[in-house]
Design a protein around this ligand. Structure first.
Ligand code: ZN
Length: 301
């Protein structure tokens, strides 16, 4: 008997297949810079997709959706900004669904997805990608203008990036207006429910009302709790969310070295330890690339 499977393709991109044969991409960033480890699947390899759910409008989540949608006929669900970009890139309007949180969509006769408002990580922070066990403090109460100035200083430092990364950034440039508003998706399938978060931030009151079987959580970047940078470590923030959700499994994402020279691989060992302390009933399940993880059945290793 077939069962739901989840394949990770690096960064925060996954493919979910349901027992009923539905293929759902969670984000669409498959084509990586030459130096990044390959997941084995690139946009040109994708021949089948029914839906693409995009968590936010940054290129490392959205880029690829425009080609997958056109090739497969998949419908893309994303923020109004993600949809604006995809329409400009030629995705037919009838394949675009703009959402902001609060919507409930039937993906087929058995699978339903709910859309929740969420928050992006604090990319503007002076510690934008700390190791998981590093405690980060401060930077509270900044205005948007102050955050923007910090962000510009950060970008000014990217001059050291190599030619491959620069060429990749140019190719993947979507001219997006910020993150476009981050979204979380909760899919209710015939076998169980899975929550998908592709950037480490949340409205704690919104997340606390959810109780998925599996939670895919972003574990890289300076966390964002209710609009302010997390005061503490990434590991403890992920553990806090895991405990609030009460999920049996947490699948980490965004923690590989997806853009060498810019990103860094995040060691998940401190996150695993923190989750075990805060939520003893939750297992952290590290996926390899494209390993056909049986989402609700695979052994908890
Ligand atoms: Zn982002």
């Amino acid at each position: 008997m077939s069962t739901a499977t989840l394949d990770w393709y690096g960064c925060a991109t996954f493919r979910l297949r349901t027992p009923e044969g539905l293929t759902v991409f969670l984000d669409a960033y498959l084509d990586r810079v030459p130096d990044a480890e390959r997941s084995g699947v690139e946009v040109d390899d994708v021949t089948e997709a029914d839906w693409i759910l995009v968590g936010h409008s940054h290129f490392d989540h959205l880029w690829g959706a425009e080609r997958i949608a056109v090739r497969t006929g998949a419908t893309v669900v994303g923020s109004y900004e993600s949809v604006r970009i995809l329409a400009r890139l030629g995705v037919p309007e009838e394949q675009l669904l703009a959402v902001a949180g609060g919507e409930r969509l039937a993906l087929d006769a058995t699978t339903v997805v709910r859309v929740l408002p969420s928050l992006h990580s604090c990319v503007w922070s002076s510690q934008p990608m700390p190791p998981a066990d590093e405690v980060c403090l401060g930077e509270l109460g900044l205005t948007l203008q102050e955050r923007t100035a910090k962000m510009q200083a950060l970008w000014a430092g990217l001059g050291a990036l190599g030619d491959d990364v620069r060429a990749h950034l140019a190719a993947a440039d979507l001219s997006e207006r910020g993150d476009g508003g981050a979204l979380v998706f909760v899919l209710d399938t015939s076998e169980g429910s899975v929550l998908f978060q592709d950037s480490i931030g949340c409205w704690s009151g919104v997340l606390g009302g959810e109780s998925p079987d599996v939670a895919i959580l972003a574990v890289a970047g300076r966390g964002n709790r209710d609009g302010e940078p997390v005061q503490g470590s990434t590991a403890d923030f992920v553990a806090e969310q895991a405990a609030a959700l009460g999920a049996r499994r947490v699948v980490p994402c965004h923690h590989d070295d997806w853009l060498p020279g810019f990103s860094r691989a995040i060691d998940t060992a401190p996150i695993r330890a923190a989750v075990e302390r805060a939520s003893p009933g939750t297992a952290l399940v590290d996926l390899g690339y494209a390993d056909g993880h049986r989402l609700f059945e695979s052994p908890l290793t």
